[in-house]
Design a protein around this ligand. Sequence first.
Ligand code: SF4
Length: 239
Amino acid sequence: MKLNIQARDFLMANDYNQVRRFATWVRIGVLFTPWGETLIRRYYQEALTTLSHMPNVCRAPTQTNLSCSLDWMEETEKNTFSLWTTFHPSQTAADAFLEKCEALLNMGIRFSVGAVGLKEDLEIIREMRNKLPNSVYLWINAFKRKADYYTDAEERFITEIDPYFHWNNQAHPSFGKDCRAGHTTFSVDGKGAIASCHFIKNKLANLYQPDFEQALIPRTCTNTSCKCHIGYVHMPELK
Ligand code: SF4
């Protein structure tokens, strides 16, 4: 009898250790890429706050134009929550945007500032760079709708603001190449439909169905090229 109790205790301890080990091992990062501005809605604020505190969520960032109130961010877990902010010079006054950035810095919220690299906005984007502290990365989203949009001088001008611009100012050939999309990273919509990435709308599985993870396997890209940071960042060859 004593032996049986010891065996049971051993099994429970073993199970406990295995569950604890798994629960601390499994980690997921969640990036919200909404259509439109969502942080003006309380339920998005609450969802991100909740996610940021979950022990197995390692990152909970979202895109935003900072038109929302910021007070609620005080409640987020600062090591997990962060913002991919976008400055739209034609829609937002630079000073008002900078005020919001200063508030984020005071709250200890990590963020980057992005801007679409339209030619007519380059000067104001440079001013924004000069007014932000060096700790805040300002990145320029290359305007790719017109081929050969930038002159060499403009590329140099932009690269002085954003040294990583060249990575974004090209379409990375991707057909047949390894990509983590659809394996260790995936895109999911509001209904739980899983696709490889934002740019390939293959329906792989549904997040809320059992065994969805069996659809997540190593894959190669089926698109000709990958033009967006949230896509090509998952191509191992680009490191
Ligand atoms: S390379 Fe880009 S388009 Fe292709 S699967 Fe990866 S993320 Fe998607």
